[in-house]
Design a protein around this ligand. Structure first.
Ligand code: ADP
Length: 261
């Protein structure tokens, strides 16, 4: 049996996925520490261990993500855009648009009938509208980033948050709290402002159903609701963890490259 590996080394987490010819065998997520290479390697080793495999069992490894340039353990590299399109398409072949929000950027991708990238738009100029921004907001309200979306969905109203810069938004949230606004209503305002930026990005590529929401922020239930509301199309649920979609795409590309020799 041959195995294939995809390793997505992002700004927040390194993700690894091991596949055989048909199925996903295992995965691992490791926080990206000082060394991107080390985090990527650790994720790969953990995923191999879970699948009960050794590195020799892997026929081809593709690295993606911003840390892919420092992944000497990989046989090849490819962009996250290609990987998110391919990964989402593998999980649901009806996907034609992908919204990927990770730690430091946000991408809107149009996907073709074979999982190829047709067009894409990227926002990597500023932290607002990314996972890091939501992490900063979670810290202000002393909740885990994993709970921020639930908090958002308990809001009774949205308090407008006008700052688009992370630093200003942080102090705006603090002053709104000091004014007596409820945390959940401020958090809902933050999600809405991120959602509006994201909707703007998506409208530039043109949204076609089905829409998949990938990347770590795809797990945020508050963002899922806001994106659905603003676009009038609810993102479809993909099986498994949206944060792994890039690594899944990389593993599929690894399989294709191994077959081509
Ligand atoms: P990168 O590829 O840049 O490392 P990821 O796609 O791994 O980024 O996404 C990281 C972001 O995902 C974090 O900044 C955080 O906002 C969000 N995130 C991670 N885990 C969760 C979770 N369980 N629930 C909601 N959001 C999450």
């Amino acid at each position: 049996m041959g195995a294939f590996a995809g390793v997505d080394i992002g700004s927040v987490a390194a993700k690894a996925v091991i596949m055989n010819d048909r199925d996903i065998l295992s995965h691992a997520v490791v926080p990206t520490r000082v060394s991107s290479e080390r985090s990527g390697r650790m994720a790969l080793e953990q995923a191999l261990e879970k699948a009960n495999l050794r590195s020799d069992d892997v026929r081809f490894t593709v690295a993606t993500g911003y840390g892919r340039i420092v992944a000497p353990f990989a046989n090849g590299t490819t962009t996250e855009i290609t990987c998110h399109a391919m990964g989402a398409y593998y999980l649901n072949p009806k996907v034609r648009t992908v919204l990927d929000i990770g730690g430091q950027d946000c991408k809107a991708i149009r996907v073709g009938e074979r999982g190829q990238v047709v067009n894409f738009v990227l926002n990597d100029k500023c932290a607002a509208g990314t996972g890091r921004f939501l992490e900063v907001v979670a810290k202000v309200f002393e909740v885990e980033v994993a709970e921020l979306g639930q908090l958002c969905n308990t809001a009774t109203e949205r308090v407008p948050v006008s700052s688009t810069c992370t630093i200003f938004a942080e102090s705006e949230c603090i002053s709104l709290m000091a004014r007596g606004e409820k945390p959940e209503n401020i958090v809902a305002g933050v999600h809405y402002s991120v959602g509006r930026r994201v909707a703007g990005l998506l409208s530039r590529v043109g949204v076609e159903s089905e829409l998949a929401f990938t990347g770590g922020v795809g797990k945020n239930v508050g963002m899922q609701s806001v994106v659905g509301e603003l676009l009038g199309i609810a993102p479809i649920g993909l099986p498994g963890d949206p944060q792994l979609v890039g690594a899944i795409g990389a593993a599929i590309i690894a399989k294709g490259r191994a077959a081509r020799g």
